[in-house]
Design a protein around this ligand. Structure first.
Ligand code: IVH
Length: 677
């Protein structure tokens, strides 16, 4: 009997460990043991089950979706990047979306035909068909490079392997969302946090026969590469591919204008609970594909589509304390530490209070009962305070004027808005250790060095142990010390080493973005990279004399104004920033910026625009010029090759300056001719 007890407890322990490793692999996507170690554990459990039938009372390995673990899928570059979507949370955000499109296209109206589709909460994949035959299937990966999961995707019955029908393009890339139905999820829910994770876990099985065991479904929602391109509208495209055998969502609809948008959003939200799959909003897309092409993309998302999320989940809780957080740009953000509360399935214990003015306006105090909301991935916010529940003795919250590092903070004066900033900032850069830690989080993030497995929590962990203080430390980690830490095994260390090594080779624009200079986001980083071209030229910024000249030049770049120049100046004025940045550079291999379309019809031409055009906005003109190899400047100087003067109100001063410097002036008509030539 005593022996039985021991066997049962060993069995339960091993099963628990296996479950934990499934979680590391499937949910956290960070395996901590090797395939071989996992197999060994699995076999030990199987052996016990075989030898001691009574163990079936205490569980079964069959309940666990266990299978050889791997993340060794072949990596394949996408034919065209898989972007993400920007989000809207309310009517104003949607009005803003329409207005931006109207401005970009320089249109007189904003009643564009839209196509509204449910946003399926699953895992995206792309399917490539050559001459009607499925030849490749990839996961999204980082958007540029995906993983070859064809064998797993092929187990999904509803995905056509051979297309039947007329006019099928020779090359057809279909973007789709893979999901597990709510009903099917119920059967396996012990192993996964939610249906989305279950679908992800199943898709990433090394052994396709394991994928086959979990019934996956999909909806096709878009296309990547298509040759020849035969589609004219998103709605036609979906109708056509449905005829060729793809599953498409039947709740999609064409509509127009903000009222239709609101109605459809409300309608689908109200039917949401009756659907057998999870959706988290609606995707609104410009239906006309020609307009989609004109609108193009920003760094991460198309201008022609937006995800309108369903309304935020709300909950009531109490403020236990108010503390402050220091961001990577030095911004001091007050944070309410609240009594932990479940908001739409996530336990929340922090909520942002934005800034000092917000606390004053809402008169938020410690001890208050508040309503908080959580929408999408954004940090939970305080919606309102229930004054009736306030303790009479409570006192107004006095906002601290010092940073956590002890230094005084400043509210800056914005030159563009001519107003004092609402946010207080610590201005010490890397001299403030709180800022330094946040900068490191930015540097390892997806858009910067993109180090797999090096998330914010890892930065916190390594920072506490003084393993990293500045960016260059990332490249000389003490792995022996890491090995002794909880949660770090040989496999995870190996993966980390590989990911760090890979991140060393980086494009100049990504590098500039990674520095986290205030006001230098991804777009501005690209503009700067196109100006500097190489890290050698960029490094001239370290020299105070050279810097003065460069900053003057930078002002001429379109998109770079006084605010940005001031911010770059401040960054490099700080000696500690400079030293740390130099150390960081010494660890990297930074690739020169490659100008798009070197052979384009505007290759190497420096262009400036003045006045409005009939058929396009300034932004579109700029983007066309850049796509054709041109460089767009923001002021008239000798360097300019030509000034394009739109018919509507060109600035006289600019025209005069150009004439004085004998710079060629091109009319709107001539500009259109160049584009159509
Ligand atoms: S269109 C350029 N349509 O949402 C990106 N995406 O947050 C175009 N998704 O990666 C995406 N349903 O995985 C689009 N009807 C739908 C979608 C959808 C789900 C996913 C997709 C995408 C993510 C973006």
């Amino acid at each position: 009997m005593a022996n039985n007890t021991k066997i049962i407890s060993t069995y339960k322990k091993k099963l628990k460990i296996l479950k934990q490793h499934n979680k590391y692999y499937f949910i956290e996507d960070r395996p901590r043991i090797t395939d071989a170690e996992y197999d060994l554990l699995k076999n030990e459990i199987l052996q016990l089950e075989k030898n001691y039938a009574y163990l079936s009372d205490f569980g079964s390995i069959k309940q666990l979706v266990g299978s050889p673990l791997t993340n060794k899928f072949k990596k394949i570059k996408h034919l065209s990047p898989m972007l993400s979507l920007s989000n809207a949370f309310n009517k104003e955000d949607m009005q803003d979306f329409l207005k931006k499109i109207k401005n970009y296209l320089n249109s007189k109206h904003e009643n564009f035909e839209l196509f509204a589709e449910p946003k399926i909460d699953g895992i995206s994949a792309t399917l490539i068909y050559k001459n009607g035959k499925l030849v490749s299937g990839l996961s999204r990966g980082d958007g540029l490079v995906g993983e070859d999961i064809l064998l797993n995707l092929e187990t999904i019955k509803a995905i056509p392997k051979i297309l039947k029908g007329k006019d099928i393009p020779n090359l057809l890339e279909i973007r789709c969302e893979i999901f597990i139905s709510k009903k099917d999820f119920l059967k396996i829910k012990n192993n996964f946090a939610n249906p989305r994770n279950a679908a992800g876990g199943s898709l990433r099985q090394k052994d396709p026969s394991e994928t086959r065991k979990i019934p996956l479904k999909y909806f096709a929602y878009g296309f990547g590469a298509v040759e020849p391109m035969i589609f004219l509208k998103q709605s036609d495209f979906l109708k056509q591919i449905n005829e060729w055998g793809f599953s498409t969502n039947q709740l999609s609809k064409t509509l127009e204008g903000i009222d239709d948008i609101e109605n459809q959003h409300k309608f689908i939200d109200s039917t949401r609970s009756t659907l057998d799959y999870d959706i988290d909003g609606l995707v609104f897309k410009i239906n006309d594909l020609k307009l989609q092409r004109r609108l193009g993309n920003t760094s991460n998302s198309p201008r022609w589509a937006i995800a309108y999320k369903f309304s935020a989940e709300k909950a009531v809780t109490k403020i236990n304390n108010i503390s402050i957080q220091v961001g990577r740009t030095g911004a001091i953000t007050p944070v309410a530490k609240v009594e932990p509360v479940n908001v739409g399935g996530v336990i929340v214990s922090n909520a942002t209070l934005h800034n000092e003015d917000e606390i004053l306006r809402k008169d938020i105090r410690i001890g208050d009962t508040i309503q908080i909301q959580r929408a999408g991935d954004v940090i939970p916010q305080v919606v309102s305070v229930d004054i009736s529940k306030r303790n009479k003795k409570s006192k107004k919250f006095i906002f601290p004027v010092k940073c956590l590092c002890g230094a005084p903070t400043k509210k800056e004066f914005s030159k563009s808005t001519k107003k004092q900033d609402a946010v207080r900032r610590c201005t010490r850069g890397y001299d403030c250790k709180f800022i330094a830690k946040e900068k490191l989080k930015h540097i390892v993030s997806k858009e910067a060095l993109n180090i797999d497995g090096f998330g914010k929590k890892v930065v916190d962990q390594f920072w506490e142990l003084k393993l990293i203080k500045e960016p260059s430390d990332i490249f000389k980690l003490d792995y022996d010390k890491i090995k002794s830490l909880e949660g770090w095994g040989n496999l995870s260390i190996d993966n980390l080493k590989k990911a760090i090594k890979k991140s060393k080779l980086i494009n100049l624009d990504r590098f500039i973005y990674s520095l986290g200079i205030r006001h230098i986001g991804q777009e501005n980083a690209k503009t700067l990279a196109a100006f500097f071209i190489s890290i050698t030229k960029f490094s001239d910024l370290f020299d105070s004399q050279a810097r003065r000249k460069i900053l003057e030049y930078l002002l001429e770049l379109d998109g770079i104004g006084e605010t940005q120049v001031e911010s770059i100046k401040n960054y490099f004025f700080n000696e500690k920033n400079n030293k740390i940045t130099k150390n960081y550079i010494s660890k990297l291999e930074i690739k020169d910026f490659i100008i798009k379309n070197k052979n384009g019809r505007l290759a190497n031409k420096k262009i400036m625009f003045t006045g409005g055009f009939k058929n396009m906005s300034r932004s579109e003109a700029k983007s066309i010029a850049e796509n054709n190899g041109g460089k767009v400047l923001g002021s008239v100087s000798k360097k300019l090759d030509f000034l394009v003067a739109g018919d509507s109100k060109p600035t006289k001063k600019k025209l005069d300056q150009a004439r004085n410097l004998k710079i060629k002036i091109i009319s709107e008509k001539e500009w259109n001719k160049i584009l159509n030539s």
